[in-house]
Write a new protein. Structure first.
Lengths: 80, 362
């Protein structure tokens, strides 16, 4: 049930923080999503969406670092 | 899709599997808490690719599975009433109540609707002022804030025909309860990534400290889960017990503050019954006094409900990780997704349903 999917903010509307809505593009399908919980979000941010709400901005640097860490695993035995 | 496909890459997954194989020297029992992770593990066959010493225990993190039968019966009693539009996430509709389920009630004419978001139910209430619109609020800390905003907006709009049947649960108390029980075999946890997206992970620090158990906050794609397992096994092999964050592209230690704030404002922490597990202290979220007017339990008369748990269903043992689904005598025989005995077979995230879908006919 805690399923959440990434998408990109392509439009923002709404006048108060709790009414702030964003149009989110999920690789071709777009949907109006509440941005109430991400007051700092802006156009072109990638966000994680759950049950009609954006709940986190994806940190692109962290995303890349996670993958880099795995690529560097060849030296894993030395770690132990 | 960006931020999805790279975490499903087979070569990256292989690299992690090799790493796991080379660091594993003894048996370890690791529990993935979240039903979404269970689904991903069984779907991708991750448990079958791991070294034999690694035993994955499927945890109680499927809200559909742990919602007490009494709440299903309450939902049915409300949905039956004339003039009610009863809204729910789709996966609650097939959970059998004592006598029937919401889907069969819908088939017999009740106005039961599947919604994507609690805000859709709120909109229905605005569009249907002559109807009582009730939302079935089920889910962990990931979902509870979405319900919190709907209730908060209903209060602001003075929308009197909207209410919520709330049965929200919290993850850290159930982890504490599992670790404190005599029959616990869990030695490490994969923490639920999207629960932590909201709550952060400071709540888990006391748990690692008290029980000396590693907790790795983990995402949902195969590469996420394999990396979470790698980090957890590495801690176990090195004798460390720390909270680590594999899902750092999404989860921060402090979590989502605006969501936590509204959660705190709209809900109070209460003791809560879990299906199959019993009452767990401080594990539930109930609408607070300020929002009592939007609590469906105050609006509808529900006192006469008699709840009867099905016999033969061992979902409690499944949820505690004491029994694997395919070791249950009823699995695939008297209990199938079409005719489930209990909730772990109903929900697509339930361990029994995942085994049935991806294993039973293999």
């Amino acid at each position: 049930m805690c399923l959440a999917v990434p998408g990109k903010i392509i439009n923002i509307s709404g006048d108060t923080p709790l009414n702030r809505m964003g149009k989110i593009d999920f690789s071709g399908i777009s949907k109006e999503i509440s941005l109430a919980y991400l007051p700092e979000s802006k156009l072109d941010d990638y966000v994680i969406v759950h049950a009609g709400f954006a709940i986190s901005i994806i940190d692109q640097q962290e995303a890349q670092e996670t993958l880099n860490t795995i690529q560097a695993l060849d030296n894993f035995e030395a770690d132990l | 899709m960006k931020f999805v496909s790279e975490y499903r890459d087979p070569e990256t997954a292989k690299k992690l599997l090799t790493a796991i194989q080379s660091i594993t020297t003894q048996p370890w029992n690791i529990m993935e808490v979240c039903g979404g992770q269970t689904h991903s593990i069984i779907k991708h066959g991750i448990d079958q690719l791991l070294p034999e010493q690694i035993n994955l225990i499927h945890g109680p993190g499927c809200p559909v599975c742990v919602t007490p039968l009494q709440y299903i019966d309450k939902a049915l009693a409300i949905a039956k009433q004339a003039g009610v539009i009863f809204c729910s996430f789709g996966d609650m509709l097939r959970v059998p109540g004592s006598e029937q389920d919401l889907l069969s009630l819908k088939a017999s004419g009740a106005d039961v609707r599947i919604v994507y978001s609690p805000l859709d139910a709120l909109k229905l209430a605005q569009e249907n002022p002559d109807h009582e619109v009730v939302f079935f609020g089920v889910g962990f800390e990931t979902t509870a804030p979405t319900v919190a905003l709907a209730v908060h907006q209903a209060k602001q709009l003075q929308l009197e025909n909207f209410s919520v049947l709330a049965c929200h649960v919290r993850v850290p108390p159930v982890m504490n309860a599992l670790l404190g029980s005599e029959d616990n075999t869990v030695q490490g946890f994969l923490g639920a990534g999207h629960v932590c997206t909201i709550m952060g992970y400071h709540e888990y620090l006391p748990i690692t400290e008290q029980y000396k158990i590693p907790i790795v906050i983990t995402g949902f794609e195969p590469v996420d889960i394999l990396q979470g397992l790698y980090l957890c096994i590495k801690q176990l092999e090195q004798g460390r017990a720390e909270v680590e964050n594999q899902y750092s592209r999404v989860v921060t230690q402090q979590g989502n503050h605006p969501a936590q704030q509204l959660l705190q404002q709209v809900f109070s922490i209460v003791d809560q019954q879990w299906r199959g597990l019993g009452e767990i202290p401080q594990s539930g979220l109930a609408l607070s006094e300020d929002y009592a007017n939007w609590n469906a339990e105050n609006r509808f008369s529900l006192a006469s409900i008699k709840t009867q748990e099905p016999r033969n269903c061992r979902s409690g043992d499944i949820l505690k990780g004491l029994l694997k689904p395919d070791a249950c005598a009823e699995f695939g025989k008297t209990c199938t997704p079409e005719h489930p005995l209990g909730a772990t077979m109903v929900s697509s995230e339930g361990a029994c349903a995942a085994y049935y879908r991806y294993r039973a006919r293999a």
